[in-house]
Design a binder for this molecule. Structure first.
Ligand SMILES: *Cc1c(COP(=O)(O)O)cnc(C)c1O
Length: 360
């Protein structure tokens, strides 16, 4: 068996130790005589798995009392509608900061549910930076302010936490949750699809402050109503049980590695290997403002795009896959989430040096 270095933006690479553990428990979880996939979500085995996953996530992220953790479905794209349905009813309007494809998509979807104000945007600079907070035109009467903390396609990330005063800050953290320490108390709501840094697709994690629950618009489907899910421990409908189990194994793994501080150090070291080389190279380039560069998704371009196909083919031959950039921006993108080992990034840079020497 050979495992590739998988630079996919998502679903993405998972820790091998987690996959091995899941494989060893596939037919018989902990002497239960069944796979986790076959368990009743209301049985004591699964309730234990679910509770442990939640408690590990709370511990890892330092989620304060006064916040609910919901395990939902529908992905971050689902949350683009679910968030406004649950939160916008307070005042009828919300502020959105657009920094790339994902936050723009969030804003567009929210328009169905209330008055949406684009309080800041970096579209004029082709989404290569995060607009400075001083430029934001926030509305004190907004129900919330929405950001995307890491733009997976453009490779721009907030390395600071916006101050939105008494208006709750809502963040799509799909592609950088668990990548570094954050102060959850600065947010009203955090949501993330699991398939970048937490586990398989199908699970959406929502971390929501208690006072934001209970204001859903009457049109909100019950399964997407935070109050319904909070009152039913995320079991109003059948939760994505196997995805929750795998996420729990990932949380155990991350805890064993040293938690958020250790992940942050590891991710900074990894990203530096790639960015340092990109900055030295006259052949490859990254367009993002240095202070806003993502530690998770690194887009880069070849000087001559007619070499793109040859670059991808050569990478594949060396066991490095999924490096093609998003179709909206072209070029390449290396997604280097928590589970990508530094050896993967080193192998990529060694290949890039080689390719540059042969083609520059
Ligand atoms: C991947 C991603 C999404 C889309 O998630 P779905 O699971 O397809 O709904 C949304 N936002 C961000 C920031 C992402 O990285």
């Amino acid at each position: 068996m050979t495992r590739v270095f998988n630079f996919s933006p998502g679903p993405a690479t998972l820790p091998e130790a987690v996959l091995r553990k899941a494989a060893s428990e596939m037919l018989d979880w902990n002497g239960s005589g069944m796979s986790v996939m076959e368990m009743s979500h209301r049985g004591k085995e699964f309730i234990g798995i679910h509770a442990e996953a939640e408690s590990l996530l709370r511990e890892l992220m330092g989620i304060p009392a006064g916040y609910k953790v919901l395990f939902m479905q529908g992905g971050a794209i689902g949350e683009n509608a679910i968030v406004p349905m649950n939160l916008i009813g307070k005042t009828g309007s919300a502020d959105y900061i657009t920094t790339g494809d994902w936050s723009k998509k969030s804003m567009k979807e929210a328009r169905t549910f209330g008055k949406i104000n684009e309080a800041a945007s970096s579209e004029a600079s082709k989404f290569t930076a995060i607009p400075k907070q001083a430029e934001w035109k926030l509305d004190a009467g907004a129900s919330y302010v929405h950001i995307c903390s890491n733009e997976t396609i453009g490779g721009v990330e907030y390395h600071w936490t916006p101050d939105t005063g008494s208006v709750p800050l809502v963040a799509d953290m799909s592609s950088n949750i668990l990548s570094r320490a954050i102060d959850v108390s600065k947010y009203g709501l955090i949501y993330a699809g699991a398939q970048k840094n937490m586990g398989p697709s199908g699970l959406t994690v929502v971390i929501v402050r208690d006072d934001l629950i209970g204001h859903a618009l009457p049109i909100t489907p019950s399964a997407f109503n935070y109050k319904m899910q909070a009152e039913n421990d995320s079991m109003y409908n059948t939760p994505p049980t196997y995805a929750i189990y795998i996420a729990g194994l990932v949380f155990q793994h991350v805890k064993a590695l040293g938690g958020m501080k250790a992940m942050e150090a590891h991710n900074k070291a990894k990203a530096a290997v790639l960015y340092d080389y990109l900055d030295d190279s006259a052949f490859f380039s990254n367009p993002v403002a240095k202070e806003d560069r993502s530690l998770m998704n690194v887009p880069f371009k070849l000087k001559d795009e007619s070499l793109d196909e040859a670059f991808l083919k050569g990478a594949q031959a060396r066991g490095m896959i999924q490096l093609k950039g998003h179709r909206s921006v072209g070029g390449m993108r290396a997604s280097i989430y928590n589970a990508m080992p530094i050896e993967g990034v080193q192998a990529l840079v060694a290949y890039m040096k080689d390719f540059e020497a042969k083609n520059a």
